[in-house]
Design a binder for this molecule. Structure first.
Ligand SMILES: Cc1cc2nc3c(=O)[nH]c(=O)nc-3n(C[C@H](O)[C@H](O)[C@H](O)COP(=O)(O)OP(=O)(O)OC[C@H]3O[C@@H](n4cnc5c(N)ncnc54)[C@H](O)[C@@H]3O)c2cc1C
Length: 336
């Protein structure tokens, strides 16, 4: 069923009060065909958990909320299992189900908001793991050709917070299922961030995948604002990748700048550090919106802001960081 003029406020974690001219929910692949056959719908926007989008205006088209469920074991042997999940499953619940079955590889990605179907969109990542590390395939419905197509990891062209679906195939597919190859002999990634310290304070000497997940949950809850309390979409900007020459220039003024090796002759900088050093951390505007007080990378909606104000704030930050460090920040959040 297609409804008209539906508020999306409760369906985006920024809590922006935008509406959809037309809105529908799909629960299986057959629903997609029924919705698309009913009428020409242009433009179309596929909505998951709404945790990586910023509405700057009402959506003058059809919003399709993907609620396709499912958790199926495709292959199971002594070393690994391949699990296929419906795109509309909540990502964190999927991670928890896998951990319950002692299937590892995604424990570091615990508590990332949103749905499984969006996880390949920007190759979600946290604490040294990205979904490309465990990705097996996805099935996506081509909106124009009206058929399902399977993509392997190579075809998804995963990069840092990137995939083909955010670039050349943007807006063309509805991801219906995603399959992951998960381990039974675990290779824990605990050296990144504060995981080791947290495990120590939890007294876990030989941690399990559940312990690592618990540690990640503790760290995330202490650092990141909960969208149920303060509207936000997590990191608003990507961590920039710059040349070593530029790093050297910045280091001549700021010797303590954090940097991590990236590809050849390139380093990754911490966008949050740059924004904080530029003086933006904790800034608020009329107590309605601003930059989070603990995490400079997170822009927040305290109360009744609109997406346009947040977008303008992000533009000011990009301009200022460029002026101070000669680094161009890119937005991670999808702007609508
Ligand atoms: C507090 C907080 C912390 C976060 N931490 C992290 C983090 O650590 N790492 C990280 O990578 N991200 C993080 N994010 C961002 C976000 O959680 C992820 O990007 C997540 O994958 C978005 O999922 P979603 O279902 O909410 O997608 P949405 O916001 O609904 O959609 C995002 C994009 O994907 C498209 N899309 C969604 N589902 C489908 C589908 N089935 N088919 C086709 N297109 C689709 C949408 O059209 C849109 O372009 C965080 C967000 C918040 C609020």
């Amino acid at each position: 069923m297609i409804n008209n003029d539906i508020s999306l406020k409760a369906m985006n974690t920024f809590g922006i009060d935008a509406s959809a001219k037309r809105f529908t929910i799909i629960r299986d692949e057959k629903d997609i065909k029924t919705v698309l056959d009913a009428k020409e719908h242009d433009p179309i926007f596929i909505l998951g958990g709404g945790s990586n989008i910023l509405f700057t205006q009402d959506f003058d088209g059809l919003v399709i909320k993907n609620e396709i469920q499912g958790f199926n074991t495709i292959e199971d042997n002594k070393d690994y299992a391949i699990i296929e999940s419906g795109a509309g499953e909540v990502w964190h619940e999927f991670v928890m189900k896998c951990i319950d079955k002692n299937l590892g590889g995604i424990e570091n990605l615990s508590l990332i908001p949103g749905n499984v179907g969006a996880s390949p969109m920007q190759n979600i990542g946290a604490y040294g793991v990205e979904i490309k590390d465990v990705f097996e395939y996805l099935d996506a419905y081509h909106i124009k050709d009206r058929k399902i197509q399977r993509f392997n990891a190579q075809e998804c062209k995963f990069g840092y917070r990137e995939s083909v679906f955010k670039n050349e195939l943007k807006g063309q597919y509805i991801i219906c299922k995603v399959a992951f190859r998960l381990t039974k002999k675990h290779d824990l990634k605990t050296s990144y961030g504060a995981i080791e310290n947290e495990l120590r304070s939890m007294n876990k000497i030989n941690p399990s995948i559940r312990d690592v997940s618990d540690a990640v949950i503790n760290i995330r809850q202490s650092k990141l604002p909960d969208p149920k309390q303060i509207g936000n979409a997590g990191s608003f900007f990507k961590n920039p990748i710059v040349s070593t020459e530029l790093l050297n220039e910045i280091q001549s003024k700021y010797a303590d700048i954090p940097n991590y090796p990236a590809t050849q002759n390139k380093v990754k900088l911490a966008a949050g550090w740059l924004i904080e050093k530029a003086g933006w951390k904790g800034r608020t505007y009329d107590e309605r919106y601003g930059v989070h007080k603990l995490q400079a990378l997170v822009l927040v909606n305290y109360n009744r802001t609109n997406g346009d104000e947040i977008l303008k704030l992000s533009a000011l930050i990009i301009e200022d960081v460029k002026a101070k460090f000669n680094v161009t920040l890119e937005r991670e959040v999808n702007i609508l």
